[in-house]
Ligand binder design. Structure first.
Ligand SMILES: Cc1cn([C@H]2C[C@H](O)[C@@H](COP(=O)(O)OP(=O)(O)O[C@H]3O[C@H](C)C(=O)[C@H](O)[C@H]3O)O2)c(=O)[nH]c1=O
Length: 162
């Protein structure tokens, strides 16, 4: 266990990491991000968004009570992805997992509820991340509370990025 954060390194149960194939040709590349015939109905995306993160900047750590995130890192830029299992009923409760993904390692990272997550742009250019959560942000018509715990705003949070 890391004395500093109380988390041990390892792999987190039911976090899915999938390589994303880039189909290259003389024009450039194409990559599928998800397909309904390869997706559990429970985690089927309800929406999608892109975010741009500047070099050296992190987003998160965040946690969702009910939402599964489907992050795709295909570049520009590479990211260090941080995951912490905060689910007391999980066989990997207390485990921290880090993943490197992005232009040099295109990956989909599917994060279930209760797994705290953050990602930092470790590149030198503005980075793009795609996410296709299985819940609508703020619900139908954006009329509900956002399902999100923003741990970066919690004093003394154990979820520390290095
Ligand atoms: C996610 C989202 C955000 N917004 C608006 C709300 C704010 O005005 C602005 C930035 O949102 P936020 O500060 O939540 O963005 P991040 O801090 O990057 O958080 C996002 O990325 C981290 C890693 C997460 O895990 C969160 O689930 C996700 O919200 O976009 C929308 O209008 N729709 C959306 O689906």
């Amino acid at each position: 266990m890391s004395e500093r954060t109380g988390f041990a390194k390892g792999k987190i149960h039911d976090v899915t990491v999938r390589p994303l194939a880039k189909y290259l040709d003389e024009r450039g590349w194409l990559a599928e991000l998800f397909r309904s015939d390869e997706t559990d109905p429970q985690t089927m995306p309800a929406m999608a968004y892109l975010s741009m993160t500047q070099p050296g900047v992190a987003r998160g750590p965040h946690e969702h009570v009910d939402q599964t995130d489907w992050f795709c890192f295909i570049g520009p830029a590479n990211f260090k992805v941080y995951l912490w299992d905060a689910r007391r009923d999980s066989p990997t409760f207390g485990i921290r997992q880090t993943i490197y993904a992005g232009v040099d390692a295109p990956l989909a990272v599917i994060v279930p509820p209760g797994v705290v997550h953050a990602y930092k742009n470790i590149g030198t250019v503005d980075g793009i991340v795609f996410n296709a959560p299985n819940r609508l942000y703020a619900g139908e018509g954006k009329k509900s509370p956002v399902d999100e715990i923003r741990h970066e705003e919690v004093e003394g949070s154990p979820f520390c990025l290095d």
